[in-house]
Design a protein around this ligand. Structure first.
Ligand code: GTP
Ligand code: MG
Length: 148
């Protein structure tokens, strides 16, 4: 089944939003397949955001991601990449709808609490980067109560 990479950024960890964020994905019905608290160094953060390296905000973005520990996760489920992005909300919290994570918990684009892969292919690359050991293989016993 489809998987995505979700990261709670340093501001989300510092502000005590880890439980709330995990809870939203769990309650939706997605399955947690990888989870770790990790501090990353500059080259790793640059690799994660390499597609944005030409942007004027790139150095500030990397400073932000390495400013404290992050929670790296793999979530699995039908359409989890697209639905995960909907749960997260628009990049700029000024445009994120209330009810989304960014809409409820963030104000500035440079402190927007959470990352989610933007496509199945980028999810595959990001999971390989952050979880070289691979996700954990297990099946939820409530699968038949979530999927028809
Ligand atoms: P991620 O899930 O973090 O990848 O966000 P996104 O996919 O919604 O947006 P994108 O990949 O385009 O940008 C990555 C991150 O860079 C954003 O989440 C912001 O934290 C930051 N960012 C994007 N645009 C801007 C900007 O114009 N100014 C600043 N300061 N930061 C930005
Ligand atoms: Mg992105």
């Amino acid at each position: 089944m489809e998987q995505t990479f979700i990261m709670i950024k340093p501001d989300g960890v510092q502000r005590g939003l880890v439980g709330e964020i995990i809870s939203r994905f769990e309650k939706k019905g997605f399955s947690l397949k990888g989870l770790k608290l990790i501090s990353v160094e500059r080259p790793f953060a640059e690799k994660h955001y390499e597609d944005l390296s030409a942007k004027p905000f790139f150095n500030g973005l990397v400073d932000y991601i390495i400013s404290g520990p992050v929670v790296a996760m793999v979530w699995e489920g039908k359409n989890v990449v697209t639905t995960g992005r909907k749960i997260i909300g628009a990049t700029n919290p000024a445009q994120s709808e209330p009810g989304t994570i960014r809409g409820d918990y963030a104000i500035d684009i440079g402190r927007n609490v959470i990352h989610g892969s933007d496509a199945v292919e980028s999810a595959r690359k990001e999971i390989a980067l952050w979880f070289p050991e691979g996700p954990v293989a297990w099946q939820s016993s409530v699968h038949k109560w979530i999927y028809e």
